[in-house]
Design a protein around this ligand. Sequence first.
Ligand SMILES: Nc1ncnc2c1ncn2[C@@H]1O[C@H](COP(=O)(O)OP(=O)(O)OP(=O)(O)O)[C@@H](O)[C@H]1O
Length: 323
Amino acid sequence: MALEVRDVAYAYGDRVALDGVGFEIAPGVLTGLLGPNGAGKTTLMRIMLGVLSPDRGEVLVHGAPVDSEVRQHWGYMPQERGLYPGMQVGDQVVYFGRLHGLSRAEATDRAYRVLAELGLEDRWDQRTDKLSGGLQQRLQLATALVHEPDVVVLDEPFAGLDPVAVAELSDSLRERARTGCTVLFSSHQLDLVQNLCEDILMVDAGRIVLRGPLSSLRAASTGVQLRLDVHAPDRRWLEGFPGAVVVSEEADEVRIAIPPGTDPLRVLDGARAAGRVDDFGLDLPSLSQLFLEAVGRARDPARDGSDQVDPVGPVQTGRGGPR
Ligand SMILES: Nc1ncnc2c1ncn2[C@@H]1O[C@H](COP(=O)(O)OP(=O)(O)OP(=O)(O)O)[C@@H](O)[C@H]1O
């Protein structure tokens, strides 16, 4: 379902949480919503789901404003738990299915399926408050997915899950997207988002700072990086390559952003002349580097040599190329 958020603004009293946010999501695309703490992610999701009304702007599906009838077919997992602690697991999922308009028989059938998908099939009769934190998180997800929604909006669905559950949920979201479901989820686990999402949407201080297909964003960013494990006494050898910048240094590995027009192999030769090189490779910037760059650029536009504030940054946006 093609989903559009158009120029949405929202303030809690005089604290501006969203300041003109707009984007589109195509059906069948998994989109990761990223941003530092307090960026406005939860507020945006609440507005999309109609929990909050925007001060300005609107949420549209196929060009028409979203109403409660359309939202019956959406699934939402809020960051804070909204489960009934004394209710049994199965009853809880059936109840949420009924809230979304399923008959009791349908809700029961789908509750069995979604609980099995999330590894809770043997917990049907257990009280919710007897589940561990991670299992309650899975149950919360089951309540958001039981009615097989067209649009799924999940606030930090991976927080608190173990690696097996993370892999299972990733598969389940991929499968939903493959069958045409529109999936948007927030996360601070950038490696996970990098592995899972085709598109990302990054907000900071209530504005979009980066959006689009992750592969294009990575390719269009600061360019190629040389990864090196070099045993040199210092980094003076890099002075011979103007514009080459160390972007991270961890344990034995140094990552160097190579400026356009510089052959990375020449930089590698420079490193080999300075000391033993045990390992090397070429990479695109990671999502976490894109994140730091985009947030830094939004907060200090002078960083990219421009004094114009471009809320989306100088990189490619959307599926159709640069805007
Ligand atoms: N109920 C509220 N009353 C007042 N201010 C609020 C309220 N909820 C959020 N805010 C403020 O609105 C801004 C956006 O908050 P929001 O919860 O949307 O951010 P977030 O990106 O989801 O953050 P996090 O990653 O920490 O969950 C923040 O400055 C926050 O302090």
